[in-house]
Design a protein around this ligand. Structure first.
Ligand code: MRU
Length: 384
């Protein structure tokens, strides 16, 4: 995707040395576009933990490159296993991190130490390329959901609400939830996005607004609590969010606050879709509320806010009394009964075990009979 006309991915290999890795420092957006060069697995672990890179698919791809960087320095099995453990411990909720590291280790454990560096960079590159391709496919499959609303409402914009940042900055390219929006924009549909600010870290206000703006997509940033009101007044046609981990039954963990949006959408008959590449599916678990580990982040993310001060500098200010404690669960789980449908690289499906199993039959042994489609998804599928 583009920033001021220049195409970017959110992670890429240095084109001169062919071994170090570049990322966009997302803690500096939207105020400045700072490119960081990572040369050591320690720097990669820091980048993921401190959220210089974030978003489930992106941290998987960056961790894969991190392992390659580690092997560049030391290709022994001992070092490789240690580095994988370090990278895997950085963030607990997004399953893409574990998925990418396991994929790398599966290949590398069967590779001689002398060949590991070449194989590791090739596999990391494959993970990154596949992520970009899968996310573009999500856009292609999700586009008809938006086109359908546009056709039924000529002369007005399609209003889509999204939470957090599930755009190209959260993936290698295209994004998940934002990919159908970019495809609809490209196809000439009039789309308008309600962007939840997404406290405490404001990924919506800082990142989603940034990338939509750079791409020329109409959007309005709203306080996290505004969505329910807008839905009650017919101002939201669709909700599309991303996910950090989806169980085989279709429960979806995403940024804290997503569940409340799903409840409001359900109460107002607004279709609520979750967009994800298959690397976000955790086939080993069925009950998301019980089994998905929820990251607890620093209280300081709640007690402070960072932004551009009136003098032009970047400032962090405290917004709570200095002696008030704060809690910071970073994700919540939306049960599948509240999800109208899933948008994957292989198409749309109901948020059920049968739905996911139908699209991904190679995981069939973990999938048994599921539930009926939700009426809203049936409606959508009938129109496509
Ligand atoms: O804490 P973050 O910013 O890494 O959380 C990101 C999200 O919750 C995204 O919605 C999710 O990873 C989907 S990414 C396409």
């Amino acid at each position: 995707m583009k920033i001021n006309g220049t195409p970017y991915r959110s992670v890429w290999l240095d084109e001169h040395d062919r071994w170090s890795v570049h990322i966009i420092d997302q803690t500096r957006l939207p105020w400045s576009v700072d490119i960081l060069r990572l040369t050591h697995v320690r720097e990669v672990a820091h980048a993921i933990r401190s959220m210089q890179v974030r978003g489930a698919p992106l941290i998987g791809a960056v961790a894969a490159y991190g392992l390659a960087l580690g092997i560049h320095a030391d290709s022994s099995t001992e070092a490789m296993e240690r580095d994988a453990a370090t990278l895997g411990a950085t963030r607990p909720t997004a399953v893409n991190l574990r998925w990418a590291l396991e994929r790398m280790l599966t290949v590398l454990r069967n590779t001689r130490a002398a060949d590991r560096e070449r194989v590791a960079y090739a596999e990391a590159r494959a993970i990154a390329d596949e992520d970009a391709q899968q996310n573009e496919a999500i856009g292609i499959h999700g586009l008809p959901l938006i086109a359908d609303v546009a056709t039924r409402n000529p002369g007005r914009a399609v209003n889509i609400l999204t939470h957090c940042n599930a755009g190209w900055l959260a993936t290698v390219d295209w994004g998940t939830a934002l990919s159908p929006i970019y495809k609809a924009h490209e196809a000439g549909h009039d789309v308008h996005v309600w962007v939840d600010e997404t406290r405490p870290r404001n990924q919506g206000a800082a990142l989603t607004a940034f990338e939509l703006g750079k791409h020329g997509v109409k959007h309005t940033v709203i306080a996290d609590n505004a969505g329910g009101h807008l839905m009650q007044h017919g101002q939201v046609d669709l909700v599309i969010v991303g996910a950090d981990r989806v169980t085989r039954t279709g429960d979806a963990a995403n940024k804290i606050g997503t569940y409340l949006k799903a409840l409001a959408a359900h109460d107002n008959g607004v279709p609520f879709h979750v967009a994800l590449p298959s690397s976000t599916i955790d086939w080993s678990i069925a009950d998301g509320v019980r089994d998905i580990p929820i990251e607890e982040r620093a209280a300081a993310e709640v007690t402070t806010v960072t932004g551009r001060a009136m003098d032009g500098g970047i400032a962090t200010v405290r917004v709570t009394p200095s002696d008030s404690p704060a809690a910071n669960p970073a994700f919540d789980v939306t049960p599948h009964r509240l999800i109208t449908g899933l948008i994957t690289e292989r198409g749309l499906c109901p948020a059920t075990q049968a739905g996911l199993g139908g699209l991904f039959p190679e995981y069939g042994s973990t999938v048994s009979a599921g539930h009926a489609n939700s009426p809203i998804l049936e409606n959508h599928l009938a129109r496509l």
